[in-house]
Design a protein around this ligand. Structure first.
Ligand code: AMP
Length: 276
């Protein structure tokens, strides 16, 4: 396994892969790796001869400097994790390396003013900005994203279609703990008690969702969702609502929807979406 920090060095290895006509799978991450990332790695390895993972905590996508500072980082363990998963290359650039000749920020055009975009202004501009850089550097055949960050997945899908027509996006279902919550780097910042409360909340939410009649409209289900969330032991939440899985709008039946939530446990903002 190679750990590469600079773009020119990475390009040398990529050229060697290209000359052998290896197909390359790429997984962009912010590190603090966990079994959810492991699923993306496994999928890439099934599909490709070489798998590259990037670890880069992208300051441009944090709309809150405290959140950036507190984002979990886990360097040594991440290297071991990738080694155990037989990753071929870890690309771990510095911010200067990524942005030195590319100061301009791109603007996301898709799925705006809803869900995370409504509560984290400019977050997806930062996501698109870094992904555009990373896609053009790594130039892989396929790129892997998790359904855990569903709005991000939908935005990236549109962005790739318009700007990187030769890049194939593969989505991977959310991988969960035995207590049903999604594996997430942010779970590492939860105390034992916060984790337990979060698991209780998530499982109560599952019970609520699975009891609903699938033929009801999203609008009607959202009235029930509001009643449900207001009764939960939650300090704060940004959203807790059903949306159509294609348009992310509030239209149609819940059989074509997922429940999306962003809730807080202490300082920790936790997002998930429930497919049922
Ligand atoms: P992150 O490091 O949090 O930016 O995540 C990197 C990629 O891993 C994103 O495409 C995420 O959607 C995906 N991911 C994170 N957690 C999970 C999970 N529990 N299951 C599947 N994919 C995940």
């Amino acid at each position: 396994m190679l750990i590469i920090k600079d773009i020119s060095n990475l390009k040398l290895y990529l050229k060697a892969f290209e000359s052998k006509e290896y197909s390359i799978g790429y997984i962009p991450t912010m590190g603090a790796l966990h079994p959810g990332h492991g699923e993306l790695i496994k999928k890439s390895q099934k599909d490709n001869q070489k798998t590259i993972i990037s670890i880069f905590v992208n300051e441009k996508q944090f709309n809150n400097s405290e959140d950036f500072k507190n984002y979990p980082r886990n360097k040594g363990k991440d290297y071991d994790f990738c080694d155990e998963h037989n990753v071929d290359i870890i690309f771990e650039p510095t911010s200067e390396e990524i942005y030195k000749d590319h100061q301009n920020k791109l603007e996301n055009k898709y799925f705006k003013n809803i869900l995370c975009d409504a509560y984290r202004p400019n977050h997806f501009d930062g996501v698109i900005t870094v992904l555009d850089r990373l896609f053009s550097i790594v130039n892989s055949n396929k790129v892997y994203f998790g359904e855990k960050d569903y709005q991000q997945l939908k935005i990236v899908e549109k962005y790739i279609k318009e700007n990187y027509p030769n890049l194939k996006l593969i989505s991977v279902p959310t991988f969960r703990t035995e207590k049903n919550i999604a594996f997430s780097s942010r779970n590492k910042n939860l105390s034992k008690n916060q984790l337990h409360e979060f698991e209780t909340f998530h499982n109560a939410t599952l019970e609520f969702v699975f009891k609903l009649d699938k033929n009801i409209n999203i609008e009607d289900a959202n009235v029930l969702a509001k009643e449900f969330i207001n009764k939960q032991n939650i300090e704060k939440f940004d959203y807790f609502e059903f949306r159509n899985i294609s348009s992310l709008e509030l239209e149609g039946k819940i059989s074509d929807a997922r429940l999306f939530y962003a809730i807080f446990r202490g300082q920790n903002r936790l997002i998930d979406n429930i497919d049922f």
